[in-house]
Ligand binder design. Sequence first.
Ligand SMILES: [Zn+2]
Length: 290
Amino acid sequence: MAEQVSSVETGTGEPNAAPSTVPAASQSRSPAPIRTEILAIELHSGEFTQGGWVRGKVPVGSVSAALDDIPLSFDSEGNFFAAFDRDAPVRMVLRASHRVGPTVELPLSISPRAWDIERVNVAKRPGGGNDEEWWAKREPEWLAIRDARAKETGAQGWRQDFIWPVAGRVSGRFGRQRIYRGEPGSYHSGIDIAPGNGAPFVAPADGVVVLARTGFSLEGGIIILDHGAGLNSAFIHLSRLAVKEGDAVEQGQLLGNVGASGRATGPHLHWSLVWKDKRLDPLLFLPPQP
Ligand SMILES: [Zn+2]
């Protein structure tokens, strides 16, 4: 009696294992050889740690895919991007459902980071004023940022290796957090680069400008660049903007100039990277500084 190829392929069981594309029924059988490809999720590149990311491929013919409960988009060849929040759990699972084949899973092991946590014996200050007058100005800014980050432009920068927007000393790292008498403050959501006031900076990857404004209460001059697949960059405290909303920009193209606008203690470029609502560490997307 002919042996059936087992119905559910759940990866190799080994976290972050190299892809296996070995044909399942490679031995010839008589009378008719059956040739079935094992369906598997491939990992191509990534940083499997909190604030990191992964690029890979779901099987051709997949109808949906997810990282835990976060839906993933993928192109016609199955290529996808996904990322791991600053506080992502140690174990996550990539999953792809196939049109006719079994659902495939690939467990991921996400290494925890030792975040820079500073405990201070002072009370937490309210974050920027809670009065109605302040919120009347702030709310439309907050909505504009939220809406811009949710825009899908079809940009393809998510496929690229990122470059530094500007060279300079990293004066603030991602994830750093203060705890005020036991009450956690919000953590630093990006990296700060201090190349000097007025320094020009460029797009770290291809994208479409979804927000380009000046005069925001906290951010001052702000540019948000959509890289597609749910990934976007925000640059704040700018002194000058060289692009406008709707512009498609290429990696390395001038975006604007570094400044100290909004709430900033000195001139620097604050760059934050977000995938869906997950906060990522830009340093994990970059090579060592040139
Ligand atoms: Zn910052």
